[in-house]
Design a protein around this ligand. Structure first.
Ligand code: BES
Ligand code: MN
Ligand code: ZN
Length: 490
């Protein structure tokens, strides 16, 4: 290990509290420290508690400039989320340092709790996710795009599978960072047409099919719900369909539907000043779907996937919709508008119907849909609702692997009655002030109909209000990984 010719700025070493007497590379490391490593452990100079990171200059400054001892706690307490948090803190440290190249001593991160493959994937993800920063538009003190020029995973047995999983983790991380970039981009720079350009370029790169429907085409098809949201805008709407064919026949198709509202002013039901700020993130669902397709395009699983994004902003203008209007959705169902700020569910209604037209046999939709879910669950847990418990369980197992927290809300028969309580139309887009997270889902369920469907409300989790262990403040790219893992595991 330590005898390699290559010189690295940093060397990552995982430390388990209960393995300080004997861990991989200890003897070699001890040589660097003239045998006093144990006294560092005893004095608490180097801590092994989880989330404790100790960077120490290599006294001999030869192969490595600095060692980063990364506390992982007790080995029988280790979980994938502790591993992610601890690594996140280490990479955060690294980004703030001058260190550019890094080698990770894989064996020191292993214990019975997590398989070597999973550990390698998490290392790859953490590297990409924790070193991410949004470039921004400052003309001075421009942030570096890439903080780390080289990151190598060193494993004692040279296991190829481990290197593959490390690379897979990096694919996951980079794709989630793409989602973060899309969400962080200001609304005047990322309009529906810019999401279209991104999707076309990405699908060319990874050989996905990409079909784009413009406003005329959407009108011709009768997407009255989606188009109602765009009526106040001078910016054209687009409906984007991405397809990945991983099976001989176009059957068993998973539909991914993402809310792609590039800015939500609320429309005539205008948002109050402080609530409007940050509504550039209202396409976080679309970004997660695009990020997941980016992973799928690279990993190429034996699955069929169709992604549908109905993208527009929600602006005010002479033609903007007003409350009390009745519109006709693509499905033929009529909708009474009671609040123009409940626009996401309108765009999703037609996108879900269109996913079914494209052969989706299961649908998962993801959206920054309601303030109600933020009140209920806060900013670290996404809300989920379903018409099919089995499908939700499949999704739940993906989220557990990816450590993306979800919590289920119910849809009861009287909730369905409430969204159908309009006097003038089949459905109302905002029938009640209470439990809107459930109302929104019950509304979407009416369009999913019998198709197994899961709805994810990420209004609270799509952005982080402050820096967290594996990402900076701003877009999180939440659910990119869980959506991809759902498909890869199906
Ligand atoms: N985009 C918002 C939901 C949202 C709120 C996202 C906070 C991120 C953070 C959505 O379009 C919306 O405005 N929902 C309304 C619905 C209401 C009018 C029925 C809401 O939650 O207030
Ligand atoms: Mn809204
Ligand atoms: Zn919205």
């Amino acid at each position: 290990m330590l005898g390699e010719k290559v010189k690295f700025d940093a060397c990552f070493i995982g430390l388990f509290d209960d393995k300080l007497d004997n861990f991989y590379y200890k003897d070699e490391l001890n040589k660097y420290f003239n045998g006093i490593l144990d006294s560092y452990f005893k004095s608490g100079e180097i801590k092994a508690k989880s989330k404790e990171v100790t960077p120490i200059l290599n006294p001999s400054l030869d192969e490595y400039k600095r060692f980063y001892f990364i506390g992982l706690g007790k080995s029988n307490n280790l979980s994938t989320s502790i591993l992610r948090d601890s690594l996140g803190d280490a990479f955060k440290y690294l980004v703030k340092s001058t260190d550019k190249s890094i080698s990770i001593m894989f064996d020191t991160f292993l214990c019975d709790k997590i398989s070597p493959e999973t550990t390698a994937k998490i290392l790859g993800e953490s590297y990409q996710l924790s070193t991410y920063r949004f470039r921004g538009y400052k003309t001075e003190n421009v942030k570096q795009e890439k903080y780390i020029s080289e990151c190598m995973l060193v494993s004692s047995d040279g296991n190829q599978k481990v290197q593959e999983m490390f690379e897979l983790g990096q694919i996951y991380g980079r794709s989630q960072n793409s989602a973060r970039n899309l969400v962080n981009t200001p609304p005047n720079i990322l309009r529906a047409e810019d999401i279209v350009s991104y999707c076309i370029e990405m699908s060319d790169k990874y050989s996905l099919e990409c079909e784009v429907l413009d406003k005329d085409k959407c009108e011709e098809l009768g997407m009255g719900a989606f188009l109602a949201v765009n009526q106040g805008s001078a910016n054209p709407p687009y409906l984007i369909v991405l397809k990945y064919k991983g099976k001989e026949k176009w059957e068993d198709v998973i539909g991914l539907v993402g809310k792609g509202v590039t800015y939500d002013t609320g429309g005539y039901s205008l948002k109050p000043v402080t609530n409007m700020v940050d509504m550039k993130t209202d396409m976080g669902g679309a970004a997660a779907v695009i990020g997941a397709m980016e992973i799928i395009g690279q990993v190429k699983p034996n699955q069929n996937v169709v992604a549908v994004i109905a993208s527009t902003d929600n602006y005010i203008g002479p033609n903007a919709m007003v409350p009390d209007e009745v519109i006709v959705s693509l499905s033929g169902k009529t909708i009474e508008i009671q609040n123009t700020d409940a626009e996401g569910r309108l765009t999703l209604a037609d996108a879900i119907t269109y996913a079914k037209f494209n052969g989706a046999t299961k649908i998962i939709d993801i959206a920054t849909l309601t303030g109600s879910v933020v009140s209920a669950l806060g900013t670290k847990t996404s809300g989920v609702l379903t018409n099919n418990e089995k499908f939700l369980e499949e999704f739940r197992s993906a989220t557990l692997k990816e450590d993306e927290r979800i919590w289920q809300f119910p849809i009861f028969e009287d909730d369905r009655e409430t969204v159908r309580s309009s006097k003038v139309a089949d459905l109302s887009n905002a029938p009640s002030k209470d439990a809107d997270v459930i109302m929104a889902a019950a509304f979407l369920e009416a369009f999913a109909e019998q198709t197994p469907w899961v709805h994810i409300d990420i209004a609270g989790t799509a952005t982080a209000k402050s820096e967290y262990s594996y990402g900076p403040k701003g877009a999180t790219g939440i659910m990119t990984r869980s959506l991809a893992t759902l498909i890869l595991n199906s």
